[in-house]
Design a protein around this ligand. Structure first.
Ligand code: PMP
Length: 438
């Protein structure tokens, strides 16, 4: 029924009817009608290799997740005011994956809701509203979360920084103030943030929380340098604040070496926020916190989310954790990610437009530059490459404050063969005139 509808008419209907502010990918928008494993299929029956979407963590339409949800929906769908084992099993399974002490779980419907709750937890536990965030960070679309998302309040249509928000640099060791060729950037960025915390304390506005993506994604697929979060967390805790890890982009084994991003930095947050891949597409956001934080939140006010923690969502979440484990997807992410990083670094030796290749597992950024010495960003080339790859049947994204970073992620079921396909087509595109090749 979907095929044969001209893309233009769908674009026109959408523009006329849906709310404003939506964006759409690609000059020639995609009309996808089916997803299977690492592939998306459009209305004309053409398949695309998906190296972009991170929500279908264990693969588009994974039968195990689909079955768990369908079966539960056919049986019962209620809320947390009734007892249900699946929700408890899911919470137990998550806690078993967390460092000791992170032991209380709230299940919600999106990462925005989860970050909202994290802000409330921090206020309840510290009595403070002040929050420290990173430049270029994104945490969600609600009123408060726009206020703590520098990517939004400092971006198009943004109203600027609210007085209760403090912004520190993202730990970008390629383009930022501290660059990896000049020594210990983890210490440099960490100490900068620590000094900011001290200044806030001196000004009588000590932070209630430090909220950051453990590996900043919108800020350009950054890999934080070793020792960074440890320094920031120490300073924030010394000032009486909570450390909140937004693991929405990095959780559930994507990084290959570790199951959660904070493990790569050797730190233990007070609050962990999960989303996107948690339900493999079933709306699911989660907050995991320490007992002390949970107790501080227990003020007598009921916490209730109509859909949050319903048995079908819990079944999806549990199935995702089981599939990651049973199919060995964390080690697959490491293997395929390493193959991609090797191949991309090899391309960088031949294509000077590649200024930096960074990543861990299947969380990868390729920063394109017009000039390797000045590092002048090349957003036009990044856009060209993404558009051309789409023509060639491979989906990636672009991101970063300068829109010049190729964003490579995708479901964890992409194979080494898929990595070869991406590398080969990327090399072809980088050799084209539109990519700046002569
Ligand atoms: N945190 C991060 C790091 C995200 O990338 C996103 C979504 N892109 C969110 C929070 C908000 O998630 P949602 O759109 O599911 O509310």
């Amino acid at each position: 029924a979907d095929s044969g509808v001209p893309v233009e008419s769908l674009v026109e209907r959408r523009t006329r009817r849906l709310g404003t502010g939506l964006s759409i990918s690609y000059d020639r928008p995609l009309h996808i009608v089916r997803g299977w494993r690492q592939f998306l299929v459009d209305a004309d029956g053409r398949s695309f290799l998906d190296f972009y979407n991170n929500v279908p963590h264990v693969g588009h339409a994974h039968p195990r997740v689909v079955e768990a949800v369908t079966r539960q929906r056919a049986l019962l769908d209620t809320n947390t005011r009734y007892l249900h084992e699946t929700l408890l099993d899911y919470a137990d399974a998550l806690v078993a994956r967390m460092p000791e002490g992170l032991e209380r779980v709230w299940v919600l419907n999106s990462a925005s809701e989860a970050n909202e709750l994290a802000l409330r937890l921090a206020r309840a536990a510290t009595g403070r509203r002040e929050v420290i965030v990173q430049e270029g960070g994104y945490h969600g679309h609600t009123t408060s979360l726009i206020d703590v998302s520098a990517y939004k309040f400092d971006g198009p249509g943004g109203a600027g920084r609210a007085e209760w928000v403090e912004v520190v640099a993202a730990p970008d060791d390629y383009r930022g103030a501290h660059r990896r060729e000049h020594g210990d950037t983890g210490a440099a960025y960490g100490d900068d943030a620590a000094r900011r915390v001290e200044r806030m304390v001196a000004e009588g506005r000590a932070p209630g929380a430090f909220l950051a993506e453990t590996f900043p994604s919108v800020a350009g697929q950054l890999v934080p340098p070793a020792g960074y979060l440890d320094r920031v967390y120490r300073a924030v805790r010394a000032a009486g604040g909570l450390c909140v890890a937004d693991e929405v982009q990095t959780g559930f084994g994507r990084l290959g070496e570790v199951f959660w991003g904070f493990e790569a930095q050797g730190v233990e947050p007070d609050v962990v926020v999960l989303g996107k891949p948690a339900g493999n597409g079933v709306p699911l956001g989660v907050v995991v916190a320490t007992r002390a934080v949970a107790e501080a939140f227990d003020t007598g006010m009921e916490f209730f989310s109509t859909f949050g923690g319903n048995p079908a969502s819990a079944a999806a979440g549990l199935a995702v954790l089981q599939v990651v484990e049973e199919e060995g997807l964390q080690s697959a992410a490491l293997r395929v990610g390493d193959r991609l990083l090797d191949g991309l670094r090899d391309l960088a030796t031949r294509y000077p437009v590649i200024g930096d290749v960074r990543g861990m597992g299947l969380f990868i950024g390729v920063e394109l530059v017009a000039d390797r010495h000045t590092r002048e960003p090349a957003p036009g080339v990044a856009r060209y490459v993404a558009e051309r790859l789409r023509e060639l049947g491979v989906l990636i994204g672009t991101d970063g404050p300068d829109h010049n970073v190729l964003k490579i992620r995708g479901p964890l079921v992409v194979t080494e063969g898929d990595a070869e396909v991406l590398l080969e087509r990327l090399e072809g595109v980088l050799g084209e005139r539109g990519a700046g090749a002569r």
